[in-house]
Design a protein around this ligand. Structure first.
Ligand SMILES: NC(=O)c1ccc[n+]([C@@H]2O[C@H](COP(=O)([O-])OP(=O)(O)OC[C@H]3O[C@@H](n4cnc5c(N)ncnc54)[C@H](OP(=O)(O)O)[C@@H]3O)[C@@H](O)[C@H]2O)c1
Length: 378
């Protein structure tokens, strides 16, 4: 489909966070953790509970039921429609899994009963909102892998809560990780890994351009497709329309490369249709939004050192993920077509489960974890 959009300016999103400071989180493996790992390898199967059964939580549940070495032993949600139902059936399996979804009031009893090694948390993008559940889990000695975007690198945006969670996890000898396709991989871990072959790095630019034409309707709605510019502006002002994670990715890159950021910004604007565009699910009239363009920019030593360009709109030409490193050597790497976000998020969460069991206790990020990779080879 030909692209027919133009971008109109809207201004900047507020960037929370203190200036750069180095994250804590180091420490030797505790005896308790070694014991846990021994117990795990003895038991061989890692017991997991799934917290949050929205579209992503259900896709993860489905994937984990197909993974050897992992067993879904419990599921929790706050939605009354889901509580009491079988998690496997909700996830679209033909046969029930034998795991009944519990409410949050039953979480402590569930943890005592199934003694999971890991909880997968797919409930919210906000670290502040996820915090009570995360703290409850680590305090019970359960490791966590979460899709919460703000957990991907909360050291500078929420330093107090990050330190509290880190301390609680260390005290119990478990690790907590925020990961996903983005943040968690494409706009932070991947460029960091690519700098591994550079003698020096001057700046990093990452592009994630997605064509939303064939994505599910909730995704198209999430990026503002079909809204008038005024409706788009209102949703941005309400905080209900934005990709969460550019700030976390920029902070993660800078912290890992030792760059002291002087300032950073996250600007959002609609991409407006210059003609009528029809998708199988939505028709967008000329003058309405095709989707969103969001750009994260960060400066150090008086120049722009990180640029993260995120674009998700209907009819976006040449969808791709691209990393350009201005350095020696110069790197220009493109994942043609781009990576499917939902699939990749579920996969990285599943792949991180064995890694989190063996990880150094505390609040971990993708920049200080052992390599998360896929061991399910077909
Ligand atoms: N890092 C990444 O790359 C990445 C990629 C994809 C998604 N994500 C994030 O992952 C999260 C999950 O995605 P989604 O599309 O499935 O979100 P969603 O549609 O909002 O579903 C979340 C589910 O969790 C439930 N929930 C909310 N708070 C809870 C709590 N404290 N305990 C247990 N359950 C709770 C929700 O119930 P109610 O609906 O009743 O509130 C809902 O059923 C989102 O925040 C999304 O932004 C991150």
């Amino acid at each position: 489909m030909a692209h027919s959009g133009r971008v109109v300016g809207l201004g900047f999103l507020p960037l929370r966070g203190a200036p750069y400071h180095h994250c804590s989180g180091s420490g030797a493996q505790t005896i308790r953790q070694v014991e846990r790992m021994k117990a795990m390898s003895h038991r061989r199967t890692i017991r997991v509970i799934q917290c949050g059964l929205g579209p992503i939580g259900l896709m993860i549940t489905r994937l984990l039921t197909e993974r050897p070495g992992v067993r879904i032993a419990g599921a929790v949600d706050v939605d009354a429609e889901k509580i009491g139902r079988d998690a496997g059936t909700l996830a679209g399996r033909r046969k029930p899994l034998g795991v009944t979804v519990k409410g949050l009031d039953d979480l402590d009893a569930l943890l005592r009963q199934v003694q999971p090694a890991v909880a997968v948390v797919a409930t919210t993008s906000s670290f502040e909102n996820a915090f009570p559940l995360l703290l409850r889990l680590v305090t019970a000695g359960v490791g966590v892998v979460s899709t919460c975007e703000e957990l991907a690198f909360p050291w500078e945006t929420h330093p107090r809560l990050a330190k509290r969670l880190d301390a609680a996890a260390r005290a119990k000898g478990v690790a907590v990780l925020g990961t996903g396709v983005n943040p968690g991989f494409l706009m932070d871990f991947l460029p960091l890994a690519l700098t591994g072959v550079c003698r020096e790095v001057r700046s990093i630019r990452v592009e994630r351009y997605q064509d939303a034409a064939f994505r599910r309707l909730p995704f198209q709605r999430k990026i503002g497709a079909g809204l008038t510019p005024a409706e788009f502006r209102r949703k941005v002002a309400e905080g209900t329309l934005r990709h969460v994670g550019l700030t976390e990715s920029m902070r993660m890159i800078a912290a890992r490369l030792g760059w002291k950021l002087e300032r950073a910004q996250d600007a959002i604007r609609p991409v407006i249709a210059t003609r009528r565009v029809a998708t199988p699910r939505l028709t967008i009239e000329k003058g309405r939004a095709l989707g969103v363009e969001q750009t994260g920019r960060a400066w150090a030593n008086g120049r722009e050192v990180i640029t993260l360009a995120f674009r998700a709109c209907v009819g976006q030409p040449e969808p791709r993920d691209r990393v350009v490193i201005e350095g020696t050597p110069r790197i220009d790497a493109t994942l043609a077509g781009g990576v499917n976000g939902d699939e990749a998020t579920c996969a990285i969460v599943a792949n991180a489960i064995p890694a989190i069991v063996g990880a150094r206790p505390g609040l971990r990020t993708m920049a200080d974890m052992d390599l998360v990779c896929c061991s399910a080879v077909s």
